[in-house]
Design a protein around this ligand. Structure first.
Ligand code: NCD
Length: 341
């Protein structure tokens, strides 16, 4: 496995708010490489805090964070909730299933309502691509995209990069970025915001990304984003350093995209035998939720020395603490970050 061993340059990112000049986190597509590295570096302090028995900071004391989830979620919602609470904020969860959305309220009216409650940050998951950007245009506090349709899931890609960097460092590779790393992302690429955000993030950090899916689940034109496109999983795996598996997102499929789950597993499921084609120490990732026996076998998902799936979940909390901290610095009047407006 290769990863850049160059020490971080002194001018890694500019000072203060110039290191991350955005009000919102809507997608990796808006970020530059140094902004991504800034967030990953900032997350280190929260990883350390989260590993202590008393995991509390007062960084966001007095702030109100609203998690507005219009789609199902387990780990992303919990992770944002834990992140806000560990930083001392008041965290409120709005579940669309029991909200006025079910009474016909428009997304814009919901956004205006949340804004009137003077939230200091709004975290949104929504089934429509672009919904989080629409809400961001209607409110005056930072908006964090926790997954919008098939578009982007930026905090997932950032936490994946953080988990990967940690795993590489633990192996003694002074991985700073992912130059030279070969990453395979296999599964339902067509419907996956995780795939899109990861492609952008991994490429920004120097990795080569191979996307693999049945032809029906590969978006057309994706090669123009610089990815290698594969339909044969065994070929895609050859010599890979990292294998990221994705779920079949049946809830987004209109019609039959695969003959059967059995057939899909046969061609695209990650088995121990198949993993042997990758590098000897290739790491295995999955954003969850996993469908064991479909896209990934249990004995691969649970490999202690290779699978970093639970570490991804751990890093998710630290990374989301980072995003909440960084995006609220201006309104908290942190020196070098603005005037508290
Ligand atoms: C992903 C999502 O919601 O996009 N899950 C997650 O956030 N961890 C992937 C998925 O649902 O398959």
């Amino acid at each position: 496995m290769t990863a850049s061993s160059a020490p971080p340059p002194a001018t890694r990112y500019p000072p203060g708010a110039q290191a991350f000049p955005h009000r919102d986190l809507l997608g990796i597509g808006h970020l530059q490489r140094h902004e991504i590295l800034f967030l990953l570096d900032e997350a280190e302090q929260w990883i350390a805090l989260n590993r202590k028995s008393a995991k509390h900071a007062e960084t966001l004391a007095g702030l109100t964070i609203i998690n507005a989830f219009f789609e199902n979620s387990t780990r992303t919602l919990l992770s944002f909730e834990i992140a806000g609470k560990r930083l001392g904020a008041d965290v409120v969860n709005m579940h669309a299933a029991t909200s006025s959305v079910k009474k016909g309220e428009t997304l814009i009216d919901t956004a205006i309502t949340l804004n009137a409650m003077r939230a200091d940050a709004i975290v949104i998951r929504h089934g429509s691509s672009g919904a989080t950007a629409l809400i961001a245009s209607k409110v005056d506090c930072p908006v964090l995209n926790a997954g919008d349709g098939q578009h982007e899931h930026p905090t997932q890609a950032l936490l994946d990069a953080l988990a990967l960097r940690h795993a590489l460092r633990e192996r003694g590779e002074t991985a700073d970025d992912f130059t030279g790393l070969k990453v395979v992302i296999c599964g339902d690429i067509l419907h996956s915001r995780v795939a899109r955000s990861n492609l952008l993030c991994l490429q920004a950090l120097g990795a080569t990304v191979r996307l693999c899916a049945p032809p029906a689940l590969m978006p057309s034109g994706i090669a123009e984003m610089g990815a290698e496109v594969h339909y044969d999983f065994d070929k895609a795996l050859a010599g890979a350093d990292v294998v990221m598996m994705l779920r079949l997102q049946a809830e987004r499929m209109s019609g039959q995209f695969i003959p059967s789950e059995r057939e899909y597993h046969h061609l695209y499921g990650l088995t121990r035998k198949r993993l042997a084609a990758a590098a000897n120490d290739a790491l295995v990732m999955h954003p969850g939720p996993m469908n064991r026996g479909v896209e990934i076998d249990s004995d691969v998902a649970d490999m202690l020395d290779r699978s970093i799936i639970t570490r991804q979940v751990e890093m998710g909390v630290a990374l989301r603490m980072t995003c909440l901290d960084v995006l609220t610095r201006r309104r908290r009047g942190i020196a070098g970050w603005g005037d508290g407006a």
